[in-house]
Ligand binder design. Structure first.
Ligand SMILES: Cc1ncc(C[n+]2csc(CCOP(=O)(O)OP(=O)(O)O)c2C)c(N)n1
Ligand SMILES: [Mg+2]
Length: 344
């Protein structure tokens, strides 16, 4: 991949060897890129699985919404964005933040409410924020990120800056006025906005068909006159390809684009949810399309060492937990900082 908008591909930490100890042939650039995407998904998975343990033991608290099963969406979309682009997210945003490059240490410290967290420990799971990486936050309000994203895109358009604002939101947000007002104005004003709907078929315990009169969400977005289509959200390659096509269209001046990512959360809505509304067979069917093994199966034989990659992700999470445990809480004397502009 040679595009300037391509994220840097990480070199493998160790030269790989085949069974006879001879150096294996160097993987192609495309394979390296896929390995990078797999590594990112494994990191998100390991991070959130650790969150389950930490939450169950009482080490971290508050609301936690897990992204497990949906990782291909964050990773594939981010691969099509450049560091100059902006991302606006939801309360299910650990994966969006990590894919954006917010360090696991800063995300984990935020989960612990520590001063080294990306929001100084004041936000927690639902309010990750990193302006330096143009990650404009999680948001506890369903659909709340949409007008913020439209504002960021409008600012870029007015300043004649060639960049994209990407907004993630759930299927539930498409039933909200904020979605329709944003879609209408974004299309009317040709805003450089990438609308990424994570359609995981449920809005808390409400299935899609009970929340929408018309369940073809891409078609509804298309009614605003913007290009819109559905994507297999379990396939990171399909996600990246669709996002690149949309980003190219946006940068060519064709206004907002809408992608309906068909995906599924393997876990309950939040850590409080007993998940009694979903058929276990349905969950199992989707698990068969787990985005991580799906990608691993596509890699050329012998190029991926899954245990080693998993170990690397786990080690990164270990380091993040250790750093978060050792980090200080914000001193009481600082608590009024950032409350007003003057205090910042
Ligand atoms: C405006 C608003 N209404 C209701 C809620 C309560 N609520 C929190 S999450 C959620 C479900 C949203 O579902 P969806 O947009 O599909 O996202 P998902 O959780 O499936 O990722 C609701 C209704 C809220 N946070 N904000
Ligand atoms: Mg949903």
């Amino acid at each position: 991949m040679t595009s300037a908008r391509q994220n840097e591909v990480q070199e493998p930490a160790h030269p790989r060897a085949d069974r006879d100890g001879e150096a294996a042939p160097e993987p192609s650039e495309q394979t390296k890129h896929l390995l990078d995407l797999a590594g990112q998904m494994l990191l998100i998975r390991a991070f959130e699985e650790r969150c389950v343990e930490l939450y169950s033991s009482g080490a971290i608290r508050g609301f936690i919404h897990l992204y497990i099963g949906e990782e291909a969406v964050a990773v594939g979309v981010n691969a099509a964005l450049s560091p100059d682009d902006a991302v606006v997210s939801t309360y299910r945003e650990h994966g969006h933040a990590l894919a954006r490059g917010v360090p696991p240490e800063a995300v984990m410290a935020e989960m612990y409410g520590k001063a080294t967290g990306c929001s100084h420990g004041r936000g927690g799971s639902m309010h990750l924020f990193d302006a330096g990486r143009r990650f404009y936050g999680g948001n506890a309000i369903v659909g709340g990120g949409l007008p913020i994203a439209a504002g960021l895109a409008l600012a870029d358009k007015m300043a004649d800056r060639s960049r994209v604002t990407c907004c993630f939101f759930g299927d539930g947000a498409v039933a909200e006025g904020e979605f329709h007002e944003t879609a209408n104005l974004a299309a009317l004003w040709d805003l450089p906005l990438l609308l990424v709907c994570e359609n995981n078929l449920y809005s808390m315990g409400t299935p899609l068909a009970h929340e929408h009169a018309q369940t073809d969400l891409a078609m509804r977005a298309a009614s605003y006159g913007m290009p819109a289509w559905a994507v297999d959200g379990m396939d990171v390659v399909a996600v990246e390809k669709a996002a690149r096509r949309a980003v190219d269209g946006i940068l060519a001046g064709n206004g907002p684009h809408f992608l309906e990512m068909r995906t599924y959360r393997f876990r309950a809505h939040s850590m409080y949810d007993p998940d009694r509304y979903r058929d276990k067979a349905e969950i199992e069917r989707w698990r068969e399309r787990d985005p991580i093994p799906l990608l691993m199966r596509r890699l050329p034989a012998g190029t991926a060492d899954l245990p080693e990659m998993t170990e690397r992700a786990t080690a990164a999470v270990d380091r993040a937990v250790k750093a978060a445990q050792e980090a200080p809480v914000e001193p009481v004397a600082d608590l009024l900082r950032f409350v007003t502009h003057e205090g910042a």
